[in-house]
Design a protein around this ligand. Structure first.
Ligand SMILES: Nc1ncnc2c1ncn2[C@@H]1O[C@H](COP(=O)(O)OP(=O)(O)OP(=O)(O)O)[C@@H](O)[C@H]1O
Ligand SMILES: [Mg+2]
Length: 156
C-alpha cells in the first residue's frame, strides 16, 4: 500500500487482516493514528495490529491506565507497542502525560485510538487510518501511510 488506500472490511477478521498488513510496515518511532466514531472497529484494528507484531497478551482499550504497553514477539520490527485511547483524556496536558514522543524516541511503535482528538505527535512518522461504518458488518478504512503532516483533525 502507498498513499491513501481505501480498504473495505466486511468482517472483524477482515479488519484484523488489514491491520496486520499495516503492522508489516511498522518501524521504530512510528505512530498509527486511528480516527473514527464509537464502535467503528479501532480496538479491533489494534488487536490485529498487535497480534501481527507477536503480542500474546490480550489487547483491550486502556481505561484505568492511560496507555497499555505490550511486549512484541521475537523478530518483530519493534520490541514495544504502546496503545493509547484519547477518548477519555481531558486535554493536551493529559496527552503529554502519555509521553508518546518519549516512547517513540526510544524506538517503540505506538497506536492511538481517537488520535484526532488532540494533536498527538504531529510531524512524526505517522500512519493515519480513518474508519467509516458502512453497515453492521462492513467498515471502510482509509489508510494513509505517509501522514506526518495531516491536519490535527486527521483528515486526509
Ligand atoms: N468489519 C468490522 N470491523 C470491525 N468491527 C466490526 C466489524 N463488523 C462488526 N464489527 C463490530 O463493531 C464493534 C467494533 O468495536 P471496537 O471496540 O473495535 O470499536 P472502537 O472503534 O474501538 O470503539 P470505541 O470508540 O468505543 O473505542 C465490535 O462489536 C465488532 O464486533
Ligand atoms: Mg476502542
Amino acid at each position: 500500500m502507498s498513499g491513501p488506500t481505501t480498504v473495505r472490511c466486511e468482517s472483524v477478521a477482515a479488519t484484523r487482516e488489514c491491520a496486520a498488513r499495516v503492522a508489516a510496515l511498522a518501524r521504530p518511532g512510528q505512530l498509527v493514528v486511528l480516527v473514527g466514531p464509537l464502535g467503528a472497529g479501532k480496538t479491533t484494528f489494534v488487536q490485529g495490529y498487535a497480534a501481527a507484531l507477536g503480542v500474546t497478551s490480550p489487547v483491550t482499550s486502556p481505561s484505568f491506565t492511560l496507555a497499555h504497553h505490550y511486549a512484541c514477539g521475537p523478530g518483530a520490527p519493534v520490541a514495544l507497542l504502546v496503545h493509547a485511547d484519547l477518548w477519555r483524556l481531558d486535554g493536551p496536558g493529559e496527552v503529554a502525560d502519555l509521553a508518546l514522543d518519549e516512547v517513540l524516541d526510544e524506538g517503540a511503535a505506538a497506536i492511538v485510538e481517537w488520535g484526532d482528538r488532540f494533536d498527538a505527535a504531529r510531524g512524526r512518522d505517522r500512519v493515519v487510518v480513518t474508519f467509516r461504518v458502512v453497515d453492521d458488518e462492513a467498515r471502510e478504512l482509509v489508510v494513509d501511510l505517509d501522514a506526518a503532516n495531516l491536519g490535527p483533525d486527521g483528515r486526509l
